[in-house]
Design a protein around this ligand. Structure first.
Ligand code: COA
Length: 257
């Protein structure tokens, strides 16, 4: 797994595939690049895919950010260091907040936007903070349970719990602190790149109402609602999610031709 020094610490990322576009994927609260394995593989013949570990997550160094804008700066720094000047930015949950904020801060760098299980406003239920502050393992258990459809298989529940628990508690709490004040609802009309919104129909953390809001307010955005999936739609329905990404990226090529 390669790494580059960004903002004084080592930032790790998976770098796979090749094609006319570079897709950069940003995980959500308590996540890591690991949550994109299926999508990275599935896009490898149509795009270069960079899946990042945000500061403090996965193998990256540094403390986790407690503001979305700090994660935007980290992603921007990494893409700069890689010489990527045009990117299709995808983000899950908190990563989707990073992607929206990036789109508003650096529109000239963006070729497209993929917003997965996220919203333009991400208020966090107080119980999540209370549980994480009381007991890391129990807090991670609550978060990972809410992050999957109720009928998700046990092995997936265990996998999501393992990923979430791997994030240090201060990092996990910092992620939710970054989400809680995030609100770009009034600014979505400024986003002027092709946008795909993907949401699990059973998402309990960022419900379909949030996805529908993104679709309605971002000019020209399309929404793919995935049946049977919760918040971790890319893990719960990997084939459908990857197919939606692929169709979107391939259509970008057609619209450019
Ligand atoms: N897109 C569209 N609508 C949204 C939205 C979004 N991103 N975020 C909030 N809203 C809507 C709500 O549905 C609500 O609409 P209503 O008045 O018609 O019911 C309204 O805006 C106000 O909601 P909110 O700002 O969330 O405040 P609240 O005090 O009603 O609820 C929570 C606070 C934390 C209970 C609630 O936000 C929630 O259940 N969040 C989801 C669970 C969670 O913690 N997710 C983690 C995200 S990282």
């Amino acid at each position: 797994m390669p790494a580059l020094t960004v903002g004084g610490f080592s930032m790790h990322f998976e770098d796979t595939g090749r094609g006319p576009h570079t897709v950069c994927l940003v995980h959500g609260s308590g996540g890591s690049s690991e949550v994109w394995t299926h999508q990275s593989r599935g896009l490898a013949d149509v795009a270069r895919v960079i899946a990042v570990d945000l500061p403090g997550h996965g193998r990256s160094g540094g403390e986790g950010a407690t503001r979305i804008d700090d994660s935007v700066a980290a992603v921007h720094g990494l893409l700069d260091a890689l010489g990527v000047t045009s990117v299709v930015l995808g983000g899950h949950s908190m990563g989707g907040a990073v992607a929206q904020a990036y789109a508003l801060a650096h529109p000239e760098r963006l070729a497209g936007l993929i917003l997965i299980g996220t919203g333009a406003r991400l208020r966090v239920m107080p119980k999540i903070f209370a549980e994480l502050e009381r007991d890391h393992a129990e807090g991670a258990r609550l978060v990972s349970e809410l992050a999957l459809a109720e009928r998700a298989p046990d092995d997936l529940k265990e996998r999501v719990y393992r990923v979430t628990r791997a994030a240090p508690n201060r990092v996990l709490i910092g992620d939710f602190r970054a989400c809680d004040p995030f609100d770009v609802m009034p600014r979505l009309g400024e986003i002027a790149v092709p946008t795909l919104v993907v949401c699990g129909a059973e998402d309990r953390l960022t419900p379909p109402k949030y996805a529908e809001f993104l679709r309605a307010r971002i000019p020209g955005a399309t929404l793919v609602l995935v049946l049977g999936a919760g918040h971790y739609v890319q893990l719960e329905r990997p084939d459908e999610t990857t197919a939606a990404f692929r169709d979107f990226v391939v259509a970008l090529d057609r619209s450019r031709a």
